[in-house]
Design a protein around this ligand. Structure first.
Ligand code: AMP
Length: 600
């Protein structure tokens, strides 16, 4: 297969706003492919060279890409920069320049695998002289590229490919291309993906052995599983009802979710909630884990929280966020922000896959496996069988500064459900009792220019929630408060990589911001209440036909959810659920009454 075919597929995908059309374009692309061509086409389309969790990044700086484009097209880097100021995107510039450059007559067309291997060579180039190597590889590719190929090659190496095909659409396409389009096949494919987080692996299995071959897929150390997610309840009564009157109440720690993989040889890999490898930022945890865990290999889940060295008290989440991306002064961060991992689940224990066992069995295994130490502890837990007990525990942990509790089902069906949100886990937070249920993690899809003091900068952002069944982003608010001057000043830089000059096809809104963004950056907002809105499209139709939900008086909490990808933001369905929860006085009085009783 030639790379040109893939580039044309990207063009077609970018031009469509319809998910079904996007799927059929993908099906046509994937169906004839096998082996490496299939996996490489898939990884490349996701803007990556390997499954996302491996984090193989090209990390080509803009200056370097400019230099390569200039050399390949016989212009100067300055001229490339100049043009990009008007085109807004270096990929577009590369395409334009290639269109006017005379190509050598006898250049052979770029083969897909050849491009993939060259890009892999770029990714592996390290150390002295690696920048020159990278430029040279890119120049060689661009010299043979058509304008369309050039556009996407440049976007790929800069990490701004963004053709907008997300995993759910790819899974749909895989089901249609290699299995039957029925619900059962689609569910099995998604389950296999949730277990492996590797679209290439799933595609290859499907293409060679059909859906049946997915049954042989196992949990493996080093390959992260998609995290199980929690539902909400509006009161402790409802929560206990959903759990048949009995549940394990755990302390809900407010930190960073960590999936820890310990191989047989004692090596440790740590993955964040969005399955990025975060071991390098937490060498202290990686060091503490082997001596605290009795058996190997093992896969554990826990929440990593910062603590105060002198008092031992848990510190705010923001402190641990400073660990991320601070490579150069990691030493200081290690000293200043010590962390502890509260483990709360076990998925693989000594080569036995245990994620399908009910939660009480997993908790028992966890308690046997872990010898608590200063850095590794087991999440606090209490079994509750009445609303009074539940409320007492809730009051106790909130009194200690926790944001709430995580209730876990003890029923036979309480296996770990990779990648799924369900009532086997229910979060119940302090916020639910006082004001609007929970904060919302929104995706930035647009910005409005500021006025007055904020002139020349962004004054407000347009936020959306994710709708998985349609694979779209639906807006729910325009947020301008909660940004202090420094947060405002750094917004343009933070959002620049995602700027596009038209409305992203996957976004639904009734507003027209001054600047659009590809959905990528996630941030946390709180607000007064959710209301039905004529302009926002979140959960459209769920409460009233043709109306979505909007958050009133939204306020940025100061917290960027860099641990979440766009599709891990709050969903439209969650917002609808939150709307329903706030609507009744039940949410407030249920806990309130008990609090009074508790005090008496
Ligand atoms: P939220 O981020 O508000 O949706 O809450 C779910 C998150 O709470 C999980 O993804 C974990 O990161 C975190 N968490 C804290 N304590 C626990 C616990 N004991 N069990 C499970 N998750 C927990």
């Amino acid at each position: 297969m030639q790379y040109r075919e893939l580039a044309h597929v990207y063009e077609k995908i970018e031009a469509t706003t319809k998910r079904l059309e996007m799927r059929s374009i993908l099906v046509d692309l994937l169906r004839p492919l096998r082996g490496r061509e299939l996996t490489c086409a898939l990884y490349l389309s996701q803007g990556s060279l390997r499954p996302e969790y491996e984090g193989v990044e090209l990390g080509v700086a803009e200056s370097l890409a400019r230099k390569a484009i200039a050399e390949a097209t016989g212009t100067s880097a300055g001229a490339v920069g100049e043009r990009t100021r008007t085109s807004g995107d270096l990929g577009t510039t590369a395409g334009e320049l290639l269109r006017t450059t005379r190509r050598l007559e006898d250049t052979a067309p770029l083969e897909l695998l050849e491009v993939y291997d060259a890009l892999t060579g770029m990714a592996h180039a390290t150390g002295a002289g690696s920048q020159e190597t990278k430029v040279q590889i890119l120049v060689d590719l661009l010299r043979r590229a058509t304008p369309v190929e050039g556009k996407y090659l440049v976007r790929f190496v800069m990490g701004t490919l963004r053709v907008g095909v997300r995993e759910m659409t790819i899974l749909d396409a895989l089901a249609a291309a290699f299995a039957s389009p029925d619900k059962d096949a689609r569910e099995r494919i998604e389950a296999a993906f949730n277990l492996t987080s590797d679209l290439g692996l799933i595609a290859e299995k499907l293409a060679s052995g059909g859906v049946a071959s997915l049954a042989s897929i196992r949990l493996e150390v080093g390959r992260p599983i998609r995290p199980m997610l929690a539902e909400r309840a509006k009161s402790l009564e409802e929560l206990l009802e959903r759990m048949d009157g009995k549940a394990a109440f755990e302390y809900k720690y407010d930190g960073l979710r960590v999936q820890a993989h310990l191989a047989k040889d004692g090596s440790v890999r740590l993955f964040s909630r969005r399955l990025e490898e975060i071991g390098p930022q937490f060498p202290d945890l990686a060091k503490a884990l082997p001596s605290a865990i009795r058996e190997r290999p093992v896969i554990l889940e826990g929440e990593c929280v910062p603590f105060d060295r002198t008092t031992g008290a848990i510190r705010p989440f923001q402190d641990v966020a400073t660990r991320r991306g601070r490579k150069h002064d990691l030493e200081r961060a290690l000293e200043e922000v010590p962390v502890v991992l509260f483990v709360f689940d076990v998925l693989l224990a000594g080569s036995e896959s245990v994620y399908e066992r009910p939660f009480p069995e997993r908790r028992a295994i966890l308690e046997k496996l872990v010898t608590p130490s200063e850095r590794i502890r087991i999440a606090e837990e209490q079994i509750v069988t009445s609303v009074e007990e539940a409320n007492d525990y809730f009051e106790e942990v909130v009194g200690q500064g926790a944001e709430g509790v995580m209730a876990k089902s003890l029923a036979d069906g309480s296996r770990y459900h990779p990648g799924a949100r369900g009532f086997w886990w229910i979060k119940y937070k302090r916020d639910y009792v006082t004001h609007l249920a929970d904060s919302i993690d929104g995706v930035v899809v647009g910005a409005f220019y500021g006025r007055g003091r904020r002139a020349g900068a962004y004054g407000a952002l347009l936020l959306a929630v994710y709708r998985p069944d349609k694979d779209r982003f639906e807006t729910f608010c325009k947020v301008g408060s909660g940004f202090d001057d420094s947060a405002l000043a750094e917004l343009p830089k933070r959002l620049a990589p995602f700027r596009i000059d038209h409305a992203p096809p996957e976004v639904d809104t009734g507003l027209s911001p001054d600047q659009w963004f590809r959905p990528s950056v996630v941030l946390e907002v709180k607000g007064a209440e959710l209301t039905v809105s004529p302009v926002h499209r979140a959960g459209i139709g769920a409460i009233r036909p043709d109306a979505g939900l909007a958050l009133r008086f939204p306020r940025f909490t100061g917290r960027y959810r860099t641990d979440k990808s766009a599709t891990q933001a709050t969903t439209s369905a969650e917002l609808v659920e939150m709307y329903r929860m706030q609507d009744r006085s039940g949410a407030r009085t249920a806990a309130g009454e008990h609090r009074v009783r508790h005090k008496a």
